[in-house]
Design a binder for this molecule. Sequence first.
Ligand code: GLA
Length: 391
Amino acid sequence: MDLRQKIVNSFRKRFGADPEFVVRAPGRVNLLGEHVDYNDGFVLPAAIDRATLLACRPSGSSLSSILALDLGAETSFDLNSLQNKRTNRDMPLPGWGLYPSGMQWSLAEEKLKTPGMDAVFASDVPPGAGLSSSASVEMAFGVAWEKLGGWTRNPMHMAKLGQRAENRYVGVNCGIMDQFASACGVKDHLLFLDCRSLDWQAVPLPRQVAIVIANTNVHRSLAGSAYNDRRAACEQAVHILREYLPAIHALRDVSPEDFNRHAHHLPELVEKRARHIIEDIQRTRLAVPILADNDIGRFGTLMNECHISLRDLYQVSCPELDAMVETAWTLPGCYGARLTGAGFGGCTVNLVAQDAVVTFSRELAQGYKRRTGLKPEVYICHAADGAGLMD
Ligand code: GLA
């Protein structure tokens, strides 16, 4: 049974009626520009053909009752007491409940109407795997409230409201990339985003390559706090470098030459973190002209360099991610491979020649299993459209 049928059936069972509508919001994979979104850099993600689906109707009151089918868990919260992060039975909201209630809080902060809803949701974006399952949940609920509230906001605006929910309600200091990709995805395209101006363009994915996603099945651990630590190191670097480069506002503003001139003022670890950011912003800037030239070989090399930098400088890889990437690098047809998303576990992204993709996927899974004893999940991914109502 497909995911839509599953949530609709479960909605009928739980609420005794059909849902009024179903929303789909995709996860994302990022090809270049990792950890640079919160440094005002450039990123190149795509929305993927795995998504959160949400079946919904108005509840008729300020209360929302939400069933998370994948977890077999339900929670309820009231529009008028979102700030407390407690259920209507005065218990702390479960962790997963912070995403729908946080989204409602963020929309309400914006004075948007968010009537209570009855909802069932489920997802085939694996959680904790670096494919932005949480952003897809936020965007699904955002679109549902847009429909229930009878207002409209453009997808980028919705992404910003989702980011605010995550930053100020859930407590993860993430950048805009995940919500952006989930909201603004374009089928068969990568999305090139300037995280400072928020200007973006859809870039066609060259026909001769496929994106293969490989899940190490190592769950991200410590991701929240380690993520916030990395962000703090970047802020510290800007703070120190500003003494010598007064015009800078973010690491985006520091050229590699200026950085090399002043890097010795930074503590060693902060220097490493900042070097990754500055070099990765340079790599991602090159991506669009390289794709326009159809120079897949060069693009793949940038992906490989990005992985090495994330491993050695930003230090967000782990042995299993390295094993998956190193295996991919040895296989025919692989242009580039690297960890994708925040790191510490989760998935790698691979750019692979179309005609090699089946053998590549099989051999990658076998090679990874031989090296780690773990069974990965490897699948060919298609770039998808962003969040919206389903027909
Ligand atoms: C997480 C965050 C994003 C981004 C990536 C790393 O997915 O939510 O904003 O910082 O990590 O690139």
